[in-house]
Design a protein around this ligand. Structure first.
Ligand SMILES: Cc1ncc(COP(=O)(O)O)c(C=O)c1O
Length: 420
């Protein structure tokens, strides 16, 4: 067969393949087991391939993939492996679907959503792109993750604008909404352009009252010109998927989050949400077509599309189970855990009792034990916990949809058995 003939057959084959793709079920249609009941927590937990001999209170650190997400990744992987060019072509608008699913969850529009690989990438895009004058300043807190502070430092080096850190509470256990808002209000200066905070502190488990902070800043901004308004920038990763509050209602201007923690989306996925993108310039050229601002701020480059496109299934699963039910399930278990840990004489709780000032993260100290040793011993008891990755290290738990109230009793018993 000559070259032209071979090419004709290949082209015909590609057309057939494309037709097959478009006429069969959408490649990313949500798939859950036939008898899956989203109101049954056993069914929800059965979607995860996690080792059932262990209590997974560190599952939020990096998600295990639930079955619909795993299936979608596998489906896309097979398609990409079989005929990469055709599959990419066929899925040219798949990111739009993900951004639409994200927008439905976030409460805004797809134009407000840029897709990223992580919280850290979102923070990097945000602080590398924000237009800032050297005479403006930035207020952040002492409680944020190292990547957040590093991104702010890089912004400061780029723009000459100084960054000030303030403590929003002295003792996390006794933090209050008014105390936090007052500390921030006092820190905001006439030239402050950015307030950079974290929704739920992975250092202590404290959840910031972001809507109250936004309301305070709205008053500060009332007399300011658009280019001098304080922008509220939030690392939202430990509230996103754990708290029943749409991001669009938080009142912030920007929120960066991974979708690979409490949402249990594909590893290596996240998003940056912007109320408006006016203050921001894109940093990485996009590959996403169209004129949607969200697409413009989505970094381009070929990458792990099977993970990015499967974020849709994570939102779909979360919606089916119900954001309110997930948040309630998380809060019930974290309250139960705090109440149980409080009865152990050797334990000092760090996270506030009030569910309004906390979310899924529960931190504590055990007398005479460094957190790392406590984590190691707990693992030998079948409990997977983590250490806060900060200078001050606490023992940290994160009950979620993959754990149960019965398991929280097991965690409490295991902590009771800890000996220095
Ligand atoms: C508050 C906070 N922000 C950001 C991150 C990093 O998230 P990502 O892996 O999505 O960049 C972490 C920890 O992983 C964190 O605790």
């Amino acid at each position: 067969m000559d070259e032209l003939g071979r090419r004709t057959i290949l082209t015909a084959g590609l057309a057939t393949a494309l037709t097959a793709c478009t006429t069969t079920a959408p490649a990313s249609a949500p798939q859950t087991p036939a008898r899956f009941d989203p109101t049954d927590w056993d069914d929800v937990r059965a979607l995860f391939p996690l080792d059932t001999n262990l209590v997974h209170t560190a599952a939020f650190v990096l998600a295990a993939h639930p079955k619909p997400v795993r299936d979608a990744i596998e489906r896309h992987r097979r398609g990409l492996d079989a005929d990469t060019e055709a599959y990419l072509h066929e899925h040219g608008r798949a990111e739009d679907d993900v951004r639409a699913a994200a927008a439905a969850y976030l409460g805004g529009t797809p134009n407000q959503v840029a897709l990223t690989d992580s919280t850290t990438m979102g923070l990097g895009l945000l602080y590398s792109g924000l237009r800032l004058r050297p005479d403006q300043d930035v207020v952040t807190s002492t409680h944020d993750f190292s990547a957040h502070h590093a991104a702010l430092r890089l912004m400061s080096e780029r723009t000459g604008a100084p960054v000030r850190q303030v403590a929003l509470y002295d003792d996390p256990r006794t933090a209050t909404e008014s105390g936090i808002v007052t500390r921030l209000k006092e820190a905001v200066a006439p030239n402050t352009r950015i307030v950079a905070v974290t929704w739920v502190h992975s250092s202590t488990g404290v959840r910031l009252p972001v809507p109250a902070i936004a309301a305070m800043l709205a008053e500060v901004n009332a007399g300011r010109a658009a280019e001098d308004r304080v922008l509220l920038c939030v690392d939202g990763v430990h509230g996103f998927g754990a708290v029943d509050l749409p991001v669009a209602e938080l009142g912030c201007d920007f929120l960066a989050t991974g979708t690979h923690k409490w949402l249990f989306g594909p590893r290596g996925t996240g998003l940056l949400w912007g109320r408006s993108w006016d203050a921001l310039a894109p940093v990485i050229p996009t590959f996403s077509g169209g004129d949607s601002p969200g697409a413009l701020f989505t970094p381009g480059g070929y990458h792990s599309f099977e993970h990015r496109w499967a974020v849709r299934e994570a939102f779909s699963l979360h919606d089916r189970i119900g954001r309110d039910r997930i948040a309630e399930r998380t809060a019930i278990q974290s309250t139960q855990l705090k109440e149980g840990l409080a009865t152990i004489p050797s334990v000092t709780l760090v996270t506030p009792d009030d569910p309004a000032l906390s979310a899924g993260i529960v931190c504590c100290e055990v007398d005479g034990m460094v957190a790392y040793n406590a984590v190691m011993t707990l693992r030998s008891y079948g409990v997977v916990a983590s250490v806060t990755p900060y200078e001050q290290q606490y023992l940290r738990f994160g009950p979620s949809i993959v754990t149960t109230p019965e398991q929280m009793d097991r965690v409490i018993d295991a902590v009771r058995r800890l000996r220095p």
